[in-house]
Design a binder for this molecule. Structure first.
Ligand code: MRU
Length: 351
């Protein structure tokens, strides 16, 4: 299946990065220019660029921008120490999505393996690797979409949460790519889009992408999901992931876990779609995942308007963890993985 993406969320220009500022969507489709590692850090932190694969890609380019400022006369050890410093800095922007540290580790490993090269050559190599990470993600997304098709019956009504489309990835998305492929195969009746409180990635971003792709959808509040399932209007649920541990536990946008519990109660399959770069085989279970806590203002305000009394204490976790036992299958670029995840993910990573 050949699609052309209607937009690119991250564009590398050789000496700077252009991103579609996702905080301004849907009203404003504004591309902004990032010239430095600091600007990339800020863009990730503020969610101008967001979604696990996309922040990995952006961080990779942020790393390239950082090393471009270094002198070509550095010794390898000094250069490598700087690479480490830049990576740690970029990695501090957001803690939960593993794609960020995965991309940075890959760049550092590339540098270390080629320590015999000059700094000028290493800079070139890092830039090529960042571009490769970006291109590879496009391909991973395409494969995830194709692999997910086997799970979709005719006239499916799919519920999704947060945004997992081209905005959140190199192109096409993860869960969104499955939806896109299902639509092109004429297997889709409708997408139910959770608005995704508090930052409304569903309402602002997924609805925007679905509209561009001309896919029929309805938007609902997150709390309407249970009632919708009770009425038999959801055939399956697909979400993305920010980090999947060895046993299949999955961190994703806050509210994902509730959907998985509801899916079990209503006997609805619950799928997670993600590339291998989101799977963290170094962690045994979801208990070890650091969950990002974000500003109180995101909950106590609706946009600019205060909705809770001044001084209200707020708990604002950006993600939750869905236990592997609630996940029917994980769709990755290599195929559809079913439980037992500990066994099946290990087999996959051993090969
Ligand atoms: O806080 P966000 O908007 O970066 O959260 C994004 C999500 O939770 C997505 O579902 C996840 O990153 C998968 S994107 C393909």
């Amino acid at each position: 299946m050949n699609f052309t993406a209607p937009f690119q969320s991250v564009v590398w220009k050789g000496d700077h990065l252009i991103i579609l500022d996702q905080t301004l969507l849907p009203e404003n489709e504004s591309m902004i220019r990032l010239d430095s590692t600091d600007q990339v850090w800020e863009a990730i932190k503020k969610l101008r660029v967001r979604g696990a694969p996309a922040i990995g890609i952006a961080a990779a380019y942020g790393f390239v921008l950082g090393i471009k400022t270094l002198s070509d006369n550095l010794t390898f050890d000094r250069f490598f120490a700087e690479c480490d410093r830049i990576s740690q800095y970029l990695n501090s922007s957001r803690p939960t999505a593993v794609n960020l540290s995965w991309a940075l580790k890959r760049l550092n490993a590339e540098v270390y393996t080629h320590r015999e090269k000059t700094v000028t050559e290493l800079k070139q190599l890092v830039e090529e690797t960042a571009i490769a990470i970006h291109n590879e993600d496009r391909e991973l997304c395409r494969k995830i979409g194709q692999n997910g098709l086997e799970l979709i019956r005719e006239k499916s009504r799919i519920l999704t949460h947060c945004n997992t489309g081209g905005l959140a990835t190199g192109e096409f998305g993860t869960a969104f790519s499955v939806i896109l492929h299902a639509h092109h195969e004429d297997k889709l009746e409708r997408v139910w889009v959770d608005e995704t409180r508090p930052l409304l990635q569903g309402a602002r971003l997924t609805a925007w992408e679905l509209q561009k792709a001309e896919i029929p959808f309805s938007l609902q509040t997150d709390s309407a999901a249970a009632f919708l399932m009770k009425q038999g209007k959801v055939d399956l649920i697909i979400t993305g992931a920010d980090r999947i541990t060895r046993n299949g536990d999955t961190a994703n946008k806050i509210g994902t876990y509730s959907l998985a519990v509801l899916a079990k109660h209503h006997n609805i399959p619950f799928y997670v779609a993600a590339p291998y770069s989101t799977i963290d085989m170094s962690l045994e279970s979801g208990n070890e995942i650091e969950i990002e806590l974000r500003d109180a203002d995101e909950v106590s305000h609706f946009g600019e308007r205060r909705t809770a009394p001044e001084g209200t204490d707020v708990w604002n976790p950006a993600f939750d963890v869905t236990p592997g036992e609630l996940i029917t299958a994980i769709i990755i670029e290599k195929g559809v993985i079913r439980p037992d995840y500990t066994e099946n993910l290990k087999k996959l990573f051993d090969n």
